[in-house]
Design a protein around this ligand. Structure first.
Ligand code: ATP
Length: 250
């Protein structure tokens, strides 16, 4: 990671510069859309307001996310162009730690970008990558945006959707899936409809969920269920809003 940028890791804006650099490289490589650049800008603004750190409430949500993924029968990690650019290797590690499938799922879907993202993920160590069959549908969405794999997101019980757009997050929730959303904006519709909203940068959140999954791996179902039962999504969102209001930047 460190040699990607000609800037020391001690630089106060290191993470944000690394994020910009990866997104820019993602656009050049054909995996991130121009819309993805706009999403990145919005995320960066919220990360700044949150002090560019993982809040305690987000850390808790990351642990709950790990418990959900470990308990799930068919967990799926949904990957879009920004996620593929920012955390390609980390997504593979989370999949390995939880037994989840990886599925490419794009807002602006083109065959070229689907294929480019799948091979980018494989170059970074992912095994099978779903999403290319597109033989399933999310009800209530228009054609292109509804496409998913029948044996992937369509039949998943728990789905991790980092940086998902609000419409699709709502539609997935209506399908009865347990949704874990990673979004730096606690006011976004995606975060609001999630069973587990994680208000944190995907760069920090994905490795944190993996670390929790490894630590919880040997725990009983009852312990994992207890971790989940204690979690209150509204309290997590409120804690993030409160952190922004407090203006306590790093
Ligand atoms: P809504 O969910 O309210 O409908 P939207 O669909 O308009 O929002 P987009 O702009 O499509 O939202 O999605 C970008 C979202 O992703 C923003 O809420 C932004 O805060 C978040 N985001 C961007 N970069 C990151 C990142 N690195 N980590 C986590 N979240 C991010």
């Amino acid at each position: 990671m460190a040699d990607e940028l000609d800037i020391p890791e001690s630089h106060p804006r290191y993470e944000s510069l690394l994020t910009r650099h990866r997104i820019e490289a993602g656009v050049e490589k054909g995996i991130t859309s121009k819309q993805g650049l706009i999403a990145e800008g919005r995320g960066e603004a919220f990360d700044y307001l949150l002090g560019e750190r993982t809040l305690e409430s987000a850390e808790t949500a990351e642990r709950v996310a790990a418990a959900h993924l470990l308990l799930a029968d068919r967990p799926v990690l949904s990957v879009n162009g920004n996620v593929a650019a920012l955390v390609p290797g980390e997504i593979g590690e989370l999949a390995a730690a939880t037994g989840a499938e990886i599925e490419v799922n794009l807002f602006n879907r083109t065959d070229e970008r689907m294929a480019a993202i799948a091979s980018h993920l494989r170059e970074h160590g992912a095994g099978e990558v779903k999403g290319l069959d597109a033989d399933g549908r999310i009800p209530g969405l228009e054609h292109e945006r509804a496409k998913v794999d029948a044996d992937g997101i369509e039949s998943a019980d728990v789905v991790l959707v980092p940086l998902e757009d609000g419409d699709r997050a709502e539609a997935l929730g209506e399908m009865g899936k347990t949704e874990i959303v990673i979004d730096l904006n606690p006011l976004s519709r995606s975060a609001q409809v999630a069973a587990v909203p994680i208000v944190d940068n995907v760069l920090r959140a994905v490795p944190n969920i993996t670390a929790h999954a490894r630590e919880l791996d040997e725990e009983s179902d009852a312990t994992l269920e207890a971790i989940i039962a204690e979690f209150d999504p509204n309290a997590a969102l409120q804690a993030a809003e409160q952190a922004i209001r407090s203006g306590d930047l790093k």
